[in-house]
Ligand binder design. Structure first.
Ligand code: 13P
Length: 249
């Protein structure tokens, strides 16, 4: 039985005070979170340390990104060992906004995965096709190519990988993949992982992301291969995010 995960990706939103308030609102309701759901939030880098210091026994604070390099003259970058040094042990990588807006290639993302695993970190590894790729029926091919970054992970470390399927056309658009579309792709991803990681693939959590809201979360999360969600916009409102967490229970 895979434990569901609901993760909030705050992206580049909110002031310091907004982020503290949001985190404190979530903490004040954490006793209402279902026992069988892991909750994560990914605030901007700048707020990670203070949210960790506030702390929560139910909400894990994770990073939105990390550098593909280990250290040195890379102005503006944050390395995995820096994250580790403030007790962060999980990061998102390969988000479509990083791939598309910042031009991160499959090999950049593979390097980030390697960096994270070298520090024994958990990885929320994102994949997702663009609208034209779905319309031209290339979505399975595209996702399979993106999965290359985790096909070479040492099997002993594969339990550190969480996959997030986020169709680009559903991110921030209000258009959600139907539960059937999500299930179809999640089952495909799991079948591809099974080819490489045999039994481990059945333990891998595969999250859905893309306009998850309180009113569609329960149906999405009820699909056999949907193990929770990676939530953007609706994670910025404590009441909505809490409803989504409860929908996973
Ligand atoms: P939205 O929930 O705003 O569509 O964003 C999804 C996402 O990109 C989470 O990483």
């Amino acid at each position: 039985m895979r434990k569901k995960i609901v993760a909030g990706n705050w992206k580049m939103n909110g002031t310091y005070t907004d982020s503290l308030n949001l985190f404190n609102s979530l903490r004040s309701s954490e006793n209402e979170f279902p026992q069988n759901v892991e909750v994560m939030v990914a605030p901007p880098y700048l707020y990670l340390h203070d949210l960790l210091k506030i702390g929560s026994s139910k909400i894990k604070v994770i990073s939105q990104n990390c550098s593909s390099k280990s250290k040195g003259a890379f102005t503006g970058e944050i390395s995995v060992s820096m994250l580790r040094s403030i007790s962060i042990d999980c990061s998102i990588v390969g988000h479509s906004e990083r791939r598309i807006i910042y031009g991160e290639s499959i090999s950049d993302i593979s390097e980030k995965v390697k960096q994270l695993l070298s520090e024994n970190m958990q990885v929320v590894f994102c994949v997702g096709e663009q609208l034209e790729e779905r319309k031209s029926d290339n979505h399975f091919k595209v996702i399979n190519e993106q999965l290359i970054s985790i096909y070479s992970v040492d099997p002993s470390l594969f339990s550190k990988i969480i996959v997030a399927y986020e169709p680009v056309w559903a991110i921030g658009t209000g258009e959600t993949a139907s539960p059937e579309q999500a299930q179809e792709m999640h089952a495909f991803i799991r079948s591809k992982l099974r080819e490489v990681y045999a039994n481990a693939a059945d333990q891998t959590r595969i999250l859905y992301g893309g306009s998850v809201k309180p009113d569609n979360a329960a149906e999405l999360f009820s699909q056999a291969d949907v193990d929770g969600g990676l939530v953007g916009g609706a994670a910025l409102q404590a009441t909505d995010f809490i409803k989504i967490i409860q929908a996973a229970g």
